[in-house]
Design a protein around this ligand. Sequence first.
Ligand SMILES: Nc1nc2c(c(=O)[nH]1)N[C@H]1C(S)=C(S)[C@@H](COP(=O)(O)OP(=O)(O)OC[C@H]3O[C@@H](n4cnc5c(=O)[nH]c(N)nc54)[C@H](O)[C@@H]3O)O[C@H]1N2
Ligand SMILES: Nc1nc2c(c(=O)[nH]1)N[C@H]1C(S)=C(S)[C@@H](COP(=O)(O)OP(=O)(O)OC[C@H]3O[C@@H](n4cnc5c(=O)[nH]c(N)nc54)[C@H](O)[C@@H]3O)O[C@H]1N2
Ligand code: SF4
Ligand SMILES: [Mo]
Length: 741
Amino acid sequence: MSNNEIKRSICMWCHNHCRVAVHLEDGRLVKVTEDEAHPHAQSYRPVVRSCQRAINAPDWFYHPDRLTYPLKRAGERGQNKWDKIPWEQALDEIASRLNDIKDRYGPEAITSSAGTSRTHDEYRTRFFNLLGSPNVVGQGTICFGSTNMVSSIVLGWPANHTGTRPGVTQGILVIGGNPPMGENRLWFNMLACINKGAKLIVIDPRRSETAERADIWLQLRPGTDAALLMGMINVIIQEELFDAEFVAKWCHGFEQLKVRAAEYSLDKVSSITWVPADKIREAARLYASCKPATTFSMMGIEHIHNSMEALHARFILPALTGNVDVKGGDIMRPAHTGVVSIYDIEMNEAVTREQNLKMLGSSRFPLMTWPGYEAIVANQKRVYGRPIGRATCCLAHGPTAYRAILNGKEPYPVKAMITLSSNPLVTQANTKLVYKALKALDFYVVMDFWKTPCAELADYVLPAASWLERPELWQFEDTAGFVDVGEAAFPAVVEGKYNRSTDFDFWRGLAVRMGQEKHWPWKTLEESYDYRLAPIGHTLKSFIKEKNGYDAPHTTEKKYETVGFATNTGKVELYSTVLEKMGFDPLPHFDEPMESPVRTPELAKEYPLILITGGRFMPMYHSEHRQIDSLRRQHPDPVIQLNPATAAKLGIADGDWAWIETPRGRVRQKCRLFDGIDPRVVHAQHGWWLPELPGEEPWLHGVWESNINVCTDDDPDHCNQSGGGWALRALLCKVYKVKSY
Ligand SMILES: Nc1nc2c(c(=O)[nH]1)N[C@H]1C(S)=C(S)[C@@H](COP(=O)(O)OP(=O)(O)OC[C@H]3O[C@@H](n4cnc5c(=O)[nH]c(N)nc54)[C@H](O)[C@@H]3O)O[C@H]1N2
Ligand SMILES: Nc1nc2c(c(=O)[nH]1)N[C@H]1C(S)=C(S)[C@@H](COP(=O)(O)OP(=O)(O)OC[C@H]3O[C@@H](n4cnc5c(=O)[nH]c(N)nc54)[C@H](O)[C@@H]3O)O[C@H]1N2
Ligand code: SF4
Ligand SMILES: [Mo]
């Protein structure tokens, strides 16, 4: 008789964060399904059961390449020579090196690179706050951070894709998002709305899986979202399709917006965006007439140089049409106020303002660094009792930080980095510069599941426990009103086989060695979760047993009627007082992409095609899963999409390998002809390294082969003016066939 057991966990392999049942047979992982007892089990079922990562979970979990013990560099950096060492030694030595750097250069010389919502990042922030370094850099600057920040300054709270409700929602506007590939739990929900009659409008330069289902698809020129949305706003104002009562009572700056929007005539917008004027008008009318409607904006709008302005227009749309904080529209879901807040776990009050203002990029890109966060915290405290977590929208500016590391002195020396839950050599723009910066560090530590290209450049590489080996308390950085809890399915340590640690153990391990012990009273991640659940009378275990590990307070609509909006004026700020105070344009405007046939026609002669990158695809997640054979077989090679007419001109056939080249460098990917992309645009995948290639230099596991970030641009002069986001989409490139491969 085999011994069967089910553990109830949260899968952290992607943003769906599914509540799952992990099935064990005689202690071995056999399969992952939805957690039947979870109140939302129904919504997880199709997602988990169709998820190739979940289906092949044993291949991931038992993969022989997973890191097992801490490694210390034995040769030169990049020689791939290592000694296995015990955790105690690793933590002692790392803490001692960090203390030394702190003493010599100040705490701000220590940085960390973060990834995207996959770990308990609040403890990273706590460690850095107590250390006194404001310099955590991360993908948040271009991954929902901008969205959270702009939504916070306009509406007072993050309100992006919060509202799809089958039977209630009548309209869905998707801007630069493709949820069937990236966020399919939400997609199933959208489909349920569509099946009940909701209309779908999609703004995307590609005929994505989402665009295929649209009632109206606006195929815009990459990087021109702000113009398109201002055109729609103009129609809504001119044709008086807006909610006059809501606007009069609850919006600040309507008259100014009206004047600005009038600058975006449909003829002008059409020539900027390539979208026919009639279609823009039709989309604006449809959006404004479906009540309630919800808006879902994703990386298509964040990964452009004009991102903050486009997002500003995007958050004005629901306000004008009265879709803010209504059921089935863009409802605001304040944080769960019962459990300890992320903000408090982060210990944001521990750092002086003076130290926070040293955050790299603060002076040039204030909106997404400390000054921006400061501008929203007090309002959110006033209205909702607690602000969103700092890590969601306030990070040091990556490109500025990598440059500071490289030059050694400007604006001050930056000497150490801890890369944890991120892989910047593959996912950060401008790989060559990131590579030089990582090599220039005095001290570099990587904590991951695998020996990534970054790990190959580190002094210490530490084996992380995955979600299967740790408990999870998931609050979505307090932006979405629920608390979800899962248990560890397996131990992180198996005598004689491996000794992994949770990221919490790592931060705490450093903290106690660096004088922070009194602020880390909990010895384990589970103890700290018990502390966070204590105010609602639970421990992690009792919460799972008695509440099925989930709680979300009832969210009422139109909360503003009693508390107002969490902005400086207490209203929706169509005209932003925060931007105004910072010296930026308080209203949205279109700014031509930094590289484009219009702004840089000379460059366009050599690089005639517009490059967009990073469209999501299954079963990969960013730079992950390339070493899992069962997954890799489904998508063995990196793919570039080209219009057949473009391919014909370039002498490229379907399946050929082609070079993609920009002024930064070139990489090769396999061509797929696709008539859903404009002949002037090409789309390249991101996240490609080849774990099967050697780890030592020059290979670094194939980081120079097909990794499109070799070609992307992170020049601070080209970043978004207020937010600092770098453009991963709307660049210029040329494409030509690889002669022999
Ligand atoms: N060109 C281009 N570049 C892009 C994008 C694009 O569209 N185009 N998209 C950008 C976006 S939106 C994002 S969010 C970033 C993603 O950037 P990253 O977050 O850097 O991407 P991942 O590949 O997910 O890297 C995560 C790394 O952390 C490890 N890891 C995962 N979970 C954990 C954990 O719990 N603990 C620890 N210690 N390690 C863990 C993984 O094994 C992996 O090596 O990429 C960005 N880069
Ligand atoms: N399978 C898988 N799922 C993922 C991820 C993954 O790596 N793999 N990553 C996760 C993460 S961190 C994120 S942030 C999300 C991202 O999720 P999404 O943003 O939904 O995913 P993308 O496919 O990157 O981008 C959406 C669309 O933007 C379009 N686009 C490109 N340029 C422009 C433009 O200039 N304007 C407009 N309007 N659209 C444009 C692309 O054609 C694409 O169809 O996905 C998450 N889910
Ligand atoms: S990888 Fe699959 S099971 Fe895990 S969270 Fe994502 S969709 Fe859910
Ligand atoms: Mo992301």
